[in-house]
Design a protein around this ligand. Structure first.
Ligand code: PLP
Length: 425
């Protein structure tokens, strides 16, 4: 199919994320290698998005390709009901070893949103097994947890999709978004509202759910690990479970393997996804404790009621194993620290630009917050013109590149962002 035909068919029939069919320009990509996407017209773009946080090792990595090819020789897929296989069990062992204690029971799901649904169902079933009907969740504003119904119900009620799906979404509780900055401590006052809601509603709350340290798609906000520490204590005092959604932050992005390590805490339920497979295939995992899994198992119906068709897909598990090995065997910490410096230096000139409110960096995440929403029709082609792939949203232009990006490539990326914001914000 030639490019003209491809774009015509795409324009006529294909839905893209958060879009209408035929709505906006899309750029045909024919290959991706390292940190570069190659467009059909031959242009190469340095990728600042890692395909929405996933492609931490870059594209077309020989070790990841090999893992999939090797697995393909044995089987691409087999149902997980009543069967098991080495890639899933090996991945389970790695995840149990890597994640904070006492997480040791792993449920594989097919996307981040589903991992969140699974986490919420686990919490509800746990309380049911204990003879309590607790079905509500408490979260903070500015959160994002995915696009399925349970996940949507705990996304920010204003910027999320609550208005659109009113009547279909469960009614959850929302505390203000955490305000203390990453390097600040958290005062009683900073967490007072959340503490009040927790105390008042503890008997109906299945869990508190939030993204640790970095709120991603709900505003790219960073907050104090001390807030998380205090939240952990409050949950323990009130007897409410804590679910941490590390789907965006997991696997090194914030400078720690998992963002909850900044706070030195462990959740009762943890959601992982995105970079789990190095961006190759869709796979997510929900981990929990022995206590939660045994409580569910020891009361009727005695099983956890979820089981996706493609649960623990062997290809996805095989590439996840290879991606984790690559991460641990490489010097990801140095790379992320190097990127943090590169983003700090590279995006610093944005602070002087008109229309910029704040520049913030944490690990391999760089965010430029603007006064006004960007005009995508204008800014997207301008960024592509500069040879970079960056996909802003709302008032945010942000970067989360693959960890393998060189200093020169990162400089190019940042210079492009500075120039385009200077001309278009
Ligand atoms: N949770 C968080 C924190 C996310 O950032 C995302 C996706 O951006 C999700 C959940 C949903 O993941 P998925 O898009 O794989 O369903």
């Amino acid at each position: 199919m030639n490019v003209g035909e491809l774009l015509k068919l795409d324009h006529g029939h294909v839905w893209h994320p958060y879009s209408a069919v035929g709505a906006g320009p899309v750029y045909p990509v024919i290959s991706a290698r390292g940190v570069r996407l190659t467009l059909a017209d031959g242009r190469q773009l340095i990728d600042g998005m890692a395909s929405w946080w996933c492609a931490i090792h870059g594209y077309n990595h020989p070790a990841l390709n090999r893992a999939i090819e090797d697995q393909l020789e044995n089987m691409a897929h087999v149902m997980f009901g009543g069967l098991t296989h080495p890639p899933a069990v090996e991945l389970t062992r790695r995840l149990v070893e890597l994640t904070p204690r006492p997480l040791e029971k792993v449920f594989f799901a097919d996307s981040g949103s589903v991992a969140v649904e699974v986490a919420m169902k686990m919490a509800i079933q746990y309380w049911q097994a204990r003879g309590q009907s607790r079905t509500r969740f408490l979260t903070v504003r500015n959160g994002y947890h995915g696009d399925t119904f349970g996940a949507m119900s705990v996304c920010d009620p204003v910027t999320g999709m609550h208005g659109l799906f009113q009547g279909s979404l469960a009614s959850q509780l929302f505390a203000p978004a955490p305000t203390p900055a990453f390097d600040e401590s958290c005062s009683d006052e900073d967490i007072a509202e959340l503490a009040k809601l927790l105390e008042r509603h503890r008997d109906e709350l299945a869990a508190v759910i939030l993204e640790p340290v970095v709120q991603g798609a709900g505003g790219m906000r960073f907050y104090s690990p001390d807030y998380l520490r205090r939240l952990r204590t409050l949950c323990d005092e009130q007897g409410v479970l804590l679910i941490l959604d590390e789907i965006a932050t997991g696997f090194g992005r914030t400078g720690r393997l998992f963002a909850c390590e900044h706070a030195g805490i462990s959740p009762d339920i943890l959601c992982l996804g995105k970079a789990l497979t190095g961006g190759y295939l869709t796979l997510a995992a929900t981990l929990t404790t022995r206590e939660i899994s045994e409580t569910i198992a020891n009361h009727p119906p005695g099983v956890f009621m979820h089981g996706p068709t493609f649960m623990a897909n062997p290809l996805a598990c095989a590439v996840a194993n290879a991606s984790i090995d690559l991460l641990l065997e490489g010097n990801w910490q140095q790379n992320v620290a190097r990127m943090e410096k590169g983003l700090e230096n590279g995006l610093a000139p944005c602070q002087e630009l008109k229309g910029v409110i704040e520049v913030r960096i944490l690990g391999a995440i760089g965010v430029v917050e603007l006064e006004r929403p960007v005009d995508m029709a204008e800014i997207q082609p301008a960024l592509v013109e500069q040879g970079v792939w960056v996909r802003p949203f709302g008032r945010l232009v942000y970067l989360m590149p693959p960890f393998i990006m060189t200093d020169d490539e990162l400089q190019h990326l940042c210079r492009a962002v500075v120039q385009v914001i200077g001309e278009h914000a």
